[in-house]
Write a protein that binds this ligand. Structure first.
Ligand SMILES: C[S@@+](CC[C@H](N)C(=O)[O-])C[C@H]1O[C@@H](n2cnc3c(N)ncnc32)[C@H](O)[C@@H]1O
Length: 248
């Protein structure tokens, strides 16, 4: 009786351990990535309580590598693992790319690859997008790529959508009159809602497609992000818009 009980307890523990093993390993992996992110010379973190000017300085000191020459700056926001930005950085060595996400363990993958390959025109910034205006100067950014942001389908969560007017105002502030916001998503509801937000906030549409990969838009636009790769493989259509801020 006693032995039987012990065995059953052991079996339960083993089963429970198996269930949580993957979780423990993935948490360990995340911690490892967090730690490495902070050590990598191409990675930067910014929190609300930090000085935005100082963060800006650190990022651009890295990107300029001691040269004076000003280069166009392209941001990818909500970049996730930033494979899109890394590929663009390889292709355009005379442009500075900054991949931004709130989660450093996601950015880590491309940060590591960039260092290993010696791609030095890309930096990785962990920050909340509410902080964009504190880190980047007005009129300083040539292009913002917003790639596959979370849709936040519930109406009460609309303020978290990265095309909400509160975010559009931040983007407008750091872009100049020749700059562009480029946005792609798989989510039709989010896309239509975003087009409405853009119109209401006085942005002009320069390019628009409801099926990017079957359009004649630039090949660069079809370089896939991590999420996009999965959506395209499932046969989903990618929606795309280039929008330009118009003066009040
Ligand atoms: C669905 S994933 C897309 C990632 C990537 N763009 C792709 O297509 O593979 C959305 C990303 O947005 C980031 N994100 C969501 N809200 C954010 C915010 N307010 N500030 C910074 N990043 C945010 C998340 O951490 C997540 O990595």
């Amino acid at each position: 009786m006693f032995i039987g009980c012990g065995i059953s307890v052991n079996i339960t523990i083993v089963k429970e351990y198996d269930k949580f093993k993957d979780l423990i390993i993935s948490r360990k992996r995340k911690k490892y990535k967090f730690a490495n992110f902070d050590d990598y010379k191409n990675c930067f973190s910014h929190r609300r309580e930090d000085d935005g000017v100082e963060t800006h300085q650190r990022v651009f000191d890295y990107l300029s590598h001691g040269e004076d020459q000003e280069k166009p700056v392209v941001l990818e926001i909500a970049a996730g693992n930033a494979q899109f930005s890394l590929q663009m950085a390889r292709k355009y060595p005379d442009t500075h790319f900054i991949a931004i996400d709130i989660k450093s363990d996601r950015l880590y993958t491309s940060a590591k690859a960039a260092l290993e390959e010696g791609v030095e025109n890309i930096a990785f910034l962990r920050t909340h997008l509410n902080e964009l205006g504190n880190v980047f100067k007005s009129n300083s950014i040539e292009t913002i790529w917003l790639t596959f942001p979370d849709p936040y389908p519930k109406k009460r969560s609309a303020k978290h959508r990265l095309t909400h007017v509160s975010f559009l105002r931040q983007y407008r502030n750091i872009l100049n009159e020749t700059s562009e916001l480029k946005f792609k998503t798989d989510n039709l509801d989010l896309f239509l809602w975003s087009l409405e937000q853009l119109v209401n906030d006085r942005w002009h549409f320069l390019e628009l497609s409801f099926d990017l990969h079957d359009s004649n838009l630039k090949d660069d636009y079809k370089i896939t992000t991590y999420y996009e790769q999965r959506y395209v493989a499932r046969g989903e259509k990618i929606k795309y818009v280039t929008a330009k801020p118009v003066e009040a």
